[in-house]
Design a protein. Structure first.
Length: 385
């Protein structure tokens, strides 16, 4: 029966040949399984062993503003930003979070006035990351409220603007759009890494969010970090995490530190031993996938993709246009609901309305395993027929 065959791909390894036609490929989430093969090759040098007596205490470094942050993770983050040149760490406090998702909520808590007459407005330019409205409002907080598309915002009132650059879902480099003087900015730089975008300058903003989920692909470790200029804000963010989860898993922090150090090492080795660095590997894979996706889309009149200006990356010296972690695909012509249309062809994506945009658009993950990506590029041109 058809329904029996429709197992989703996310929970399994490569399918049998006879299942392929009816296999549902799930490209809704940005699950970064694409990186698995690189880390398999480095399995030995990146394995972390933990004994039962280790990491028992709640505390990591009582002299740090973020007292539950492992010093080894602080060093690994600082080193990696220096190696890549994508963010200033001097004069910053680093706050670790259970993913950058927790840090987003910690930042909202820290930046919203505790006794405001009404909740603080939170905006981001559409199309915006679909989790922002959900994470801002799910507790119906008196502190902050989702106020939608930053382009539509009446800037008379105080606000927090999320600037996501490169942007999820469409991959473009962004700056703030509200022109008011009552705003506070949070820069979400989850994708400001050289496999996705040319690095132009070390980012130098007041609050910057990063995550291992998209930089190295270790989404399951749930580790993110914030680089925060103002000590009081870093303290309040730490307080939020203290109240929310009394810190962040040390086991995860130590694993993340090991992986970030391995990435920095691979960049050093590349120069010394001519080994492929993590960013070289991931850049080539993203470039290859985008080439194949564009070829597939160009074979049909049904779809279009954004195009990006070419710029030179200060990290790699390569000149290229963005290679986003998601494809922001538009259904051209008569199809008004691109998500449902692709679902009929057994491709699960996330429709434009989740991002404050038209349902003519869908967001498709570019970070899946090879065979899922291959099925996508085979199915898109076949829809013409
Ligand atoms: N910000 C953006 C722009 C993202 O795309 C994501 C992941 N999809 C996150 C934050 C959350 O990442 P994490 O896994 O670190 O919570």
């Amino acid at each position: 029966k058809r329904s029996k065959l429709q197992a989703t791909t996310s929970s399994r390894l490569a399918p049998d040949v006879w299942e392929i036609q009816s296999l549902v490929i799930n490209l809704d989430h940005g699950d970064p399984t694409m990186y698995e093969s690189f880390w398999k090759q480095r399995a030995e040098e990146t394995t972390v062993m933990t004994s039962s007596w280790q990491h028992i205490s709640y505390f990591s470094d009582v002299n740090n503003v973020c007292w539950f942050m492992e010093p080894g993770l602080v060093s690994a983050i600082t080193r990696l930003h220096k190696v890549v040149g994508n963010a200033v760490t001097e004069g910053r406090h680093i706050v670790v979070g259970t993913g950058s998702s927790q840090l987003y909520q910690a930042a909202l808590y820290a930046l919203s006035p505790p006794n405001g007459s009404s909740p603080m407005n939170v905006v981001s330019a559409a199309p915006f990351y679909s989790s922002y409205p959900l994470m801002t409002d799910y507790l119906k907080s008196g502190l902050h409220k989702w106020a939608g598309d930053a382009y539509e915002f009446n800037n008379e009132e105080p606000y927090i603007e999320l600037v996501t650059s490169p942007n999820n879902p469409d991959g473009f480099t962004r700056q703030e759009v509200v022109k008011g003087d009552k705003g506070i900015l949070i820069h979400d730089l989850a994708y400001y890494w050289p496999q996705y975008t040319p690095i132009l300058l070390p980012a130098d903003y007041d609050i910057m969010l990063f995550t291992v989920s998209k930089s190295t692909g270790h989404a399951g470790s749930r580790i993110g970090w914030a680089l925060v200029k103002d000590r009081e804000i870093a303290k309040k963010m730490t307080t939020f995490i203290e109240i929310n989860t009394i810190g962040v898993s040390k086991d995860s922090q130590i694993r993340a530190a090991k992986i970030l150090q391995a990435v920095s090492d691979s960049c050093d080795h590349e120069n010394q031993k001519e080994e492929e660095s993590f960013f070289d590997y991931s850049f080539k894979l993203m470039a290859e996938r985008w080439k194949k996706l564009r070829e597939a889309v160009n074979k049909t009149e049904l779809f279009s993709l954004p195009s990006f200006p070419q710029e030179t990356c200060s990290f790699s010296g390569r000149t290229f246009g963005q290679l986003p972690a998601f494809a922001w695909l538009k259904c051209e012509g008569e199809v008004d609901d691109c998500e449902s249309f692709l679902r009929l062809h057994n491709i699960v994506t996330r429709g434009g309305k989740h991002f404050g945009a038209s349902m003519k658009y869908v967001r498709i993950s570019m970070l899946s395993r090879d065979y899922e990506f291959k099925l996508l590029t085979e199915r898109l041109p076949a829809m013409n027929k």
